[in-house]
Design a protein around this ligand. Structure first.
Ligand code: KIV
Length: 260
């Protein structure tokens, strides 16, 4: 699926539903259960590879998992793949070389983390045929600077995030992930943009929601506060996925207990 079809869905549907996905079997299941965006997230470093952070994830890993997801989705899904740490920060040219490898592996869009510092790269990529999703708020690739702490409670930081979001949109980003920020700030950012925002720990006002698949399936020992175990009481994985999709579309997830 290509970007115009995804954007058409934004017009037709109440909310976009995204989930991380790392293999062909789950790609098939997610598509069959109407998930709009399969995110081949570098969270695979933690949930698949067992690391404490996303930092050890390499291009080869992202390509391998993107290829598997693309085979499973068989053209029926929009595949968004993370540029891993170190594959894009150095320069726009480096970002393009890495993005090109992920598109060749089957991604329809790449995601990169960061605000004003990424504007030049977003413009460079989008001018050269690479759709880009930006990512603001808690940036897991910057864990050594910030830890895993929610962002944007401080008014100066909140104001910077609002400015960064506008700058990334102006540079050509087509989607924006907002991670672990106050719901009221996510609403302000969402209302101020034309492009859809996808929230994770960012409250109910984003245009869509994303979760890490393993959190949804109740497999995480210490799940983040913003996640919900959709397997609890479900008859199987398919039912858990349907519950998640329905809860997001109907605005029942995330609730106040999942928001900051
Ligand atoms: O890698 C990932 O799972 C992500 C989500 C946290 C949005 O980027």
């Amino acid at each position: 699926m290509y970007l115009p079809q995804l954007l058409q869905r934004v017009q037709q549907r109440e909310r976009l539903v995204a989930l991380t996905c790392y293999d062909a079997g789950f790609a098939r299941l997610l598509v069959d259960n109407d998930v709009d965006i399969l995110l081949v997230g570098d969270s695979l470093g933690m949930v698949i590879q067992g690391h404490d952070t996303t930092l050890p994830v390499r291009m080869a890993h992202m390509r391998y998992h993107t290829e598997a997801v693309a085979r499973g989705a068989a053209g029926r899904a929009f595949i968004l793949t993370d540029l891993p740490f170190g594959s894009y920060q150095a320069s726009p040219r480096k970002a393009f070389a890495s993005a090109a490898r992920l598109l060749a592996a089957g991604a329809n869009m790449v995601k990169l983390e960061g605000g004003a510092i990424m504007v030049e790269s977003v413009a460079y990529l989008t001018a050269r045929g690479v759709p880009v999703c930006a990512h603001l708020g808690l940036l897991p690739q910057s864990v050594n600077q910030t830890g895993y702490r929610s962002q944007g409670r401080d008014p100066a930081v909140a104001a910077r995030l609002v400015r960064d979001a506008a700058a990334l949109q102006a540079a050509g980003a087509s989607l924006l992930v907002l991670e672990s920020i106050p719901a009221i700030l996510a609403k302000e950012i969402t209302d101020g943009l034309d492009i859809p925002t996808i929230g994770i720990g960012a409250g109910p006002h984003c245009a869509g929601q994303v979760l890490v698949l393993q959190d949804l399936l109740g497999m995480t020992a210490k799940p983040p506060r913003f996640a919900r175990d959709f397997m609890a009481g479900a008859g199987g994985i398919g039912e858990a996925l349907r519950r998640y999709v329905q809860a997001v579309r109907q605005g029942q997830f995330p609730g106040p207990e999942h928001s900051f």
